[in-house]
Design a protein around this ligand. Sequence first.
Ligand code: FE2
Ligand code: FE2
Length: 134
Amino acid sequence: MVEKIAWDEFFLVGVEEIDVQHKHMVELVNKAVIRANEYQEREELAPLLEDLWFYAKWHFSCEESLMKILGYPEADSHQKIHNELLDELDDKVEKVLEGYCDLQELRDFLFDWLGRHAHKEDRDLGAFVTVRWN
Ligand SMILES: [Fe+2]
Ligand SMILES: [Fe+2]
């Protein structure tokens, strides 16, 4: 059994819109985890991982608009990371579908994929937004 990802303060960045979107991304990952546990079929995961990819792309564009509006100094490097994250997810999904990555490894990758950026660069952005909006 592959374990679901728990939503907790580790993911919090302190800006409600961003946190709501991150929470939805955790839910999308967990949907894939549940499906993987139920069916053990890689093909079943493809549409769910695709949903995650498209939602992430939309979420990243929301953050990028916000950074632009507020003149966030790290906007360019943050955007570059978003593009890398989308490529990384793309590569991983391909590996899963080709059978080169097991489901536990996929789950661990997704936890790291979501958490690493949310906990670091998005947190920095959150701190900047909080100061600006208060
Ligand atoms: Fe984010
Ligand atoms: Fe981000």
